[in-house]
Ligand binder design. Structure first.
Ligand SMILES: Cc1cc2nc3c(=O)[nH]c(=O)nc-3n(C[C@H](O)[C@H](O)[C@H](O)COP(=O)(O)OP(=O)(O)OC[C@H]3O[C@@H](n4cnc5c(N)ncnc54)[C@H](O)[C@@H]3O)c2cc1C
Ligand SMILES: NC(=O)C1=CN([C@@H]2O[C@H](COP(=O)(O)OP(=O)(O)OC[C@H]3O[C@@H](n4cnc5c(N)ncnc54)[C@H](O)[C@@H]3O)[C@@H](O)[C@H]2O)C=CC1
Length: 499
């Protein structure tokens, strides 16, 4: 295509300086050392993956570093970082326009603009979200002067926050029955809860017990199966460099309100006019006397309770950053608002690919993989998108990358190592599955999800050392019916079984 006068052009343009975009640009730079790769980003710093370690076939660990763009350009002299937000895309002309008034032409474009927090009561100054360094610092500053906050949401951010925050009362309002619904079921939640009150921390019990349960049996110990149901994002241990401390001297003080959402938020003046009664922080679940302190803001929950607080954290998920790319371009969007991509990371428009939080994986997935907006998937998608762009350019064919065979995520919650594999919460399996459990209070929690004798998923909390074996068992779909409860028997070295 002919370049318009004044328009810079490059064969490959990548938008987004987060993990997906940087990984995609790096891989393209390696594949096409004599081509210039344009990396456009709204944020002044880039996110680079460092210390990458393949822990097992599909589990990976790495650090995420904020780096100046000059470092990336030094490592890959054919990457040109353009620091300006993209404000418009004209896909029919293969052109993008940036905030600083420039235009660029591409042959192949990969959109990796990430996502932003999906806030409740967006626009209310007392409602904060956490996504990037700036929002994390704003949160820290507010927390340093706070006595009580309300945390809304039950996913990754809320789980990290309620554990890390010290010296501040936390009212944690969740829609579900148990904490951490995006990662755990009620059994795992019960295992983790003691960690929220340091004083109540229990000594680990040495004996392990195994259990084999089926949905609908052994009501008491049966974990509830899951129902079917503009900066870069922060990196691992993002809270470690931040002092997440309120004004008080105590450690954790978390009160959980389950099965509720926020109905209304009142500013102090509105609240006083209504002469409502706000609840004090509950003591041992009994105290519901009214609060005598006046708070800057009040939160009314759908269960009728009203709590005063200094501010509210909305940790209620993300929405893909698609807005600048939509006008005039007929992208197919997923239900979650992301750009739909096929198994070659191709969007619905010619020569435009997408990777990371901005996209919605729309291919028929392996039975034990699903998309979650995580940095492992952002890295894998960015890398694979570049491979697909290269293959299309060279007229080669390419198979779906192995990393999409099995969902695998390793992280840390409440100071425990947490590994989740496959359909770890029986997502999409309906009632047709069984759960097997092994739990040692304070030490480890192991849950496997079985279907027709095959392992479909697992949650491993603590240092269980089972991840590799279980990863293999899920990948090879071996019929394990004959092993029964021995599968989780701590006295049997399970690896020997399958060697
Ligand atoms: C607090 C927090 C903790 C997290 N913890 C974990 C965890 O423990 N484990 C895990 O796996 N995941 C975690 N995540 C999720 C993970 O960070 C994201 O899934 C991942 O970083 C997404 O990468 P990305 O490159 O797709 O998007 P982003 O990191 O959001 O990067 C998007 C990039 O696009 C740029 N951009 C946006 N719009 C434009 C535009 N119009 N023009 C040009 N550039 C644009 C932005 O400036 C940015 O550089 C966490 C997220 C948060 C917020
Ligand atoms: N250690 C890890 O792996 C971590 C991963 N992350 C990732 O970062 C991203 C952002 O994290 P989160 O905001 O925690 O998103 P999330 O998607 O993990 O969780 C969102 C939570 O908010 C709840 N929710 C949604 N709308 C609500 C509403 N209106 N009222 C009340 N609750 C509502 C959902 O039920 C869910 O519990 C996610 O992609 C998450 O996976 C974040 C922190 C840690």
């Amino acid at each position: 295509m002919a370049a318009a006068p004044g328009a810079a052009r490059s064969r490959f343009v990548v938008v987004g300086g987060g993990i997906a975009g940087v990984t995609c640009a790096e891989k393209l730079a390696m594949e096409f050392p004599s081509e210039d790769i344009f990396l456009m980003t709204a944020s002044p710093v880039l996110k680079a993956v460092t210390n990458f370690r393949q822990v097992s076939k599909t589990l990976e660990e790495f650090d995420v570093e904020e780096q100046p763009s000059s470092l990336l350009e030094k490592r890959y002299p054919n990457i040109k970082v353009i620091q300006s937000g993209v404000k418009q895309l004209r896909s029919d002309e293969h052109k993008i326009f940036t905030e600083d008034g420039k235009e660029y032409m591409y042959e192949k474009l990969c959109l990796c603009a990430g996502a932003k927090p999906k806030l409740i009561f967006e626009g209310n100054p007392y409602v904060l979200g956490i996504r990037d360094t700036d929002s994390a610092q704003a949160f820290q500053k507010n927390l340093a002067q706070a006595e009580r906050i309300v945390v809304v949401g039950n996913g990754g951010i809320a789980l990290e926050l309620v554990y890390e925050i010290q010296g501040c009362e936390v009212i944690w309002a969740i829609k579900d029955k148990a904490i951490g619904n995006t990662f755990f079921d009620a059994g795992a939640a019960e295992f983790l809860i003691p960690k929220l009150s340091a004083e109540k921390r229990e000594a680990p019990i040495q004996c392990k017990r195994t259990k084999y349960t089926m949905e609908g049996s052994e009501e008491k110990e049966r974990p509830i199966a899951a129902s079917d149901k503009l900066g870069s994002a922060l990196g691992p241990d993002w809270h470690e460099g931040l002092s997440l401390k309120g004004t008080k001297e105590f450690s954790h003080k978390v009160h959980i309100e389950i099965l509720c959402e926020v109905k209304k938020i009142y500013l102090q003046q509105e609240f006083l006019q209504l002469q409502q009664t706000s609840l004090a922080f509950p003591k041992e679940e009994k105290n519901v006397e009214s609060d005598e302190v006046l708070w800057p803001v009040y939160v009314e929950l759908t269960n009728g309770k009203i709590y005063g607080c200094n501010f509210i954290v909305s940790a209620t998920g993300v929405v893909p950053n698609v807005t600048p790319f939509l006008a005039g371009n007929n992208f197919a969007l997923g239900e979650d608002g992301g750009l739909k991509v096929d198994k070659h990371m191709h969007t619905s428009l010619p020569d435009i690919y997408a990777a990371g939080d901005i996209c919605t994986a729309s291919w028929e997935p392996s039975p034990v993989w699903h998309q979650m907006r995580l940095w492992t998937q952002a890295r894998q998608m960015g890398w694979y998108a570049a491979k697909c762009m290269a293959a299309d350019t060279l007229g080669e064919s390419i198979d779906l990358d192995f990393s999409f065979e099995l969902f695998a995520h390793v992280t840390k919650f409440f100071n425990y190592k947490v590994v989740v594999l496959g359909k770890y919460n029986a997502q999409g399996l309906g009632l047709d599955h069984e759960l097997m459990l092994r739990c040692t209070k304070g030490q480890e929690y192991v849950k496997v999800v079985m279907q027709s004798g095959r392992m479909m998923g697992a949650v491993l909390i603590g240092d269980t050392d089972l991840e590799e074996t279980f990863e293999n068992l899920i990948l090879n779909q071996m019929d394990l019916s004959a092993y029964g409860e021995d599968l989780l028997n701590p006295d049997i070295d399970i690896e020997d079984y399958f060697d």
